[in-house]
Design a binder for this molecule. Structure first.
Ligand SMILES: Nc1ncnc2c1ncn2[C@@H]1O[C@H](COP(=O)(O)OP(=O)(O)OP(=O)(O)O)[C@@H](O)[C@H]1O
Ligand SMILES: [Mg+2]
Length: 251
């Protein structure tokens, strides 16, 4: 808590700018994510949503501006960067599990290799997490033996195994068959209820309405609008957002 009684923000982005060559992909981004907040990022393809996420765990560097995570300016390299990466979990569209390792090993690998957690302890925790995401019975199978929805739930368990301060989700359900989307969203809704700080790039409006505290609409590298889900979906303020919503609502 700060002196005025507000919880300190977990992420503060100030005038963040990023180019890929001549392409200006993040333009003066100012964004704060509070502890325990669930932020949904929505917007047209190429608008910079993935890049925005990736700057927070420094998978992408920035050209100008400042990003503070948990009170510290993001580190450039070395141990401090490894620590940051372990504190910011990431779940991608493609599940990115290690194909030649079992589900259980996928979840214990980070804690044992990065954190130096004892194997039996990591194992116990992995089983608790697999239970939580509803796939404990699959622990000794390999990723290819699981459905997409199950693999994505493993990816979430793997992120949780590091006890992250935040998890970034980049379109976690967009590679899934439709019938598997909800089982992954249900796990994410559970995490949100448990107070996990989350930044979620998704066009799943049901999730946004049920779990998000705030929706950020991003286009052409800029935050065009941010609002509560109810306000954003029923009363978007800009033509750009209204146009985007009309497209995703009618397809
Ligand atoms: N590594 C890279 N090198 C060059 N250009 C890139 C790179 N990554 C992204 N871009 C470009 O930066 C812009 C923003 O990309 P980004 O992936 O952040 O958008 P997005 O909003 O996530 O899009 P989508 O909805 O399609 O996932 C796009 O024009 C993209 O082509
Ligand atoms: Mg993207």
């Amino acid at each position: 808590m700060t002196e005025n009684g507000h919880a300190s923000p977990l992420v503060q982005m100030e005038n963040v700018n990023k180019h890929f060559g001549a392409l200006h992909v993040l333009r003066d981004i100012n964004l704060t994510v509070s502890r325990g907040e669930v932020l949904v990022v929505i917007g047209p393809s190429g608008g910079g949503k993935s890049t925005l996420c990736r700057t927070i765990n420094r998978l992408e560097t920035i050209d100008a501006g400042k990003i503070v995570f948990d009170g510290q300016v993001l580190p450039d390299e070395g141990k401090a960067l490894a620590k940051l990466r372990s504190e910011v979990g990431m779940v991608f569209q493609s599940f990115n599990l290690f194909a030649h390792k079992t589900i259980r090993e996928n979840v214990t690998l980070g804690p044992t290799k990065v954190r130096g957690t004892a194997k039996d302890q990591a194992d116990k925790r992995a089983m608790e997490l697999l239970e939580r995401v509803g796939i404990a019975t699959q622990a000794d199978k390999y990723p290819a033996q699981l459905s997409g929805g199950q693999q994505q739930r493993v990816a979430i368990a793997r992120a949780l195994a590091m006890d992250p301060k935040m998890i970034l989700f980049d379109e976690p359900t967009s590679a899934l068959d439709p019938e598997m989307v909800q089982e992954v969203l249900d796990v994410m809704i559970g995490l949100a209820r448990d107070g996990m700080t989350m930044m979620v790039v998704t066009h799943e409006m049901g999730f946004a309405r049920r779990a998000a505290n705030r929706v950020v609409f991003m286009a052409d590298g800029q935050i065009v609008e941010e609002n509560t889900p109810d306000e954003f979906f029923t009363n978007a303020q800009t033509d750009r957002a209204r146009d985007f919503l009309s497209k995703i609502l009618t397809h």
